[in-house]
Design a protein around this ligand. Structure first.
Ligand SMILES: *Cc1c(COP(=O)(O)O)cnc(C)c1O
Length: 359
């Protein structure tokens, strides 16, 4: 379907004020935003405009009851200047899965993709060309009925803002196995990118940071035995003959980076086991010298190496010099995203159809 998107462009671009070699993550926004409104029946008012504050009533439902979801995806630019989206359809579909779980309206996949294409095209000069850098895209949907009382909102806002971003973690991270607080239980909303999941993670993460770790490693909510994931990343364990990652059980986020990594590993001939992974098994592999690498996988960082896991008052230490597979995977994914490595999976999408021919 054709969507008519009205456009008002800024006369006051902030582009020249940004040092692209040193971009603090999450704080620097490109010039424009896409906004659409859901009126209870359908999506309308498609608009790209200069990013600005939006006035909202104090009883805006999202703030009170957490009916809000988001996505995180990336646009890159090839060496000859073609903007590319990475796995845009997969992000659109996951956004809609989150929407359904949170009783929110789906957004047509073609509208989701088209709005992002047009937005990225307008702000293409904001896509960093530096290595491991990209334009981070943040679609978000929130409940905007002005109402006090718990029910689903009828009206919603969908917005996409974009942020130039550099390398996310420049150091390996330390994880603390969490044996008291939980992120997600069976039947909960762990699989949705729902705002409340992140609010709930802050306090345990603060306690972990006070103990000197960077992130919490979440465990299953029944026995605290099986690993779920970390922060905003899925987790992988490389043993000497196999790669382990927790299966999609409904309590972990269905990571698109996770899926990309599993696909690439299988193509490289590795055995990947998606199954419940117990911390006991990981500690045993570590004790036997079989645990070679541990890494988190998510859009923002792509891959974050882990050099320490705090488990039952002991630190399982990992030698980052041995983390060769994760470095290779990161190079592959970044290479595909920038159009330097042939995309054999249909993961990249040029912002314009005509640009396909130039790839
Ligand atoms: C977004 C997210 C991930 C990673 O998903 P990607 O699609 O790879 O970006 C993993 N875990 C959580 C909790 C997340 O929010």
């Amino acid at each position: 379907m054709e969507y008519k998107i009205s456009k008002t462009l800024t006369k006051d671009s902030k582009l020249s004020s940004v040092d692209f070699n040193n971009i603090p993550f999450g704080k620097v926004f490109a010039d424009h935003i896409f906004i659409a409104d859901y009126d209870g029946k359908e999506w309308n008012n498609f608009e790209i405009s200069p990013l600005s504050r939006i006035p909202l009533h104090p009883a805006t439902m999202a703030w009170h009851y957490g009916q809000a979801i988001f996505e995180g995806m990336k646009a890159s630019i090839t060496d000859n200047g073609i903007p590319l989206l990475f796995r845009a359809m997969d992000h659109a579909n996951r956004f809609n899965a989150s929407a359904t779980r949170m009783c929110m309206p789906e957004i047509p996949v073609d509208l989701f993709v088209e709005s992002i294409k047009q937005l990225v095209n307008i702000d293409k000069n904001w896509i960093p060309t530096q290595e491991e850098s990209a334009l981070y895209l943040r679609p978000v949907m929130m409940a905007v009925d002005e109402f006090v009382g718990v029910r689903s909102s009828d009206t919603f806002k969908f917005m996409v803002m974009t942020l130039p971003s550099g390398p996310y973690y420049n150091k390996p991270i330390g994880l603390l196995v969490e044996e008291h607080f939980v992120r997600a239980a069976d039947g909960g909303v762990g699989e949705a990118k729902a705002a409340g999941n992140y609010g709930a993670s802050l306090y345990p993460t603060k306690l972990a940071k006070e103990k000197g770790y960077d992130q919490v490693m979440w465990m299953d909510a029944k026995e605290f035995k099986y690993v779920q994931e970390v922060g905003t990343m899925n987790i992988f364990f490389v043993l000497d003959n196999v790669v382990l990652t927790p299966n999609l059980s409904g309590t972990i986020l269905r990571g698109i980076t996770r899926d990309s990594i599993i696909t690439l590993l299988k193509e490289k001939g590795y055995t990947v086991e998606e199954r419940p992974v117990s911390m006991e098994e990981i500690a045993k592999a570590h004790a036997n010298g079989k645990l070679l690498e541990v890494f988190g996988a998510g859009t923002a960082a792509v891959i974050a190496n882990v050099d320490r896991i705090g488990y039952k008052n002991v630190d399982l230490k990992l030698d980052i010099d041995k983390a060769v597979l994760s470095k290779e995977l990161k190079r592959d994914i970044n290479g595909i995203r920038k159009g330097r490595i042939p995309d054999t999976h249909n993961w990249i999408m040029p912002v314009y159809e005509e640009e396909l021919a130039l790839l």
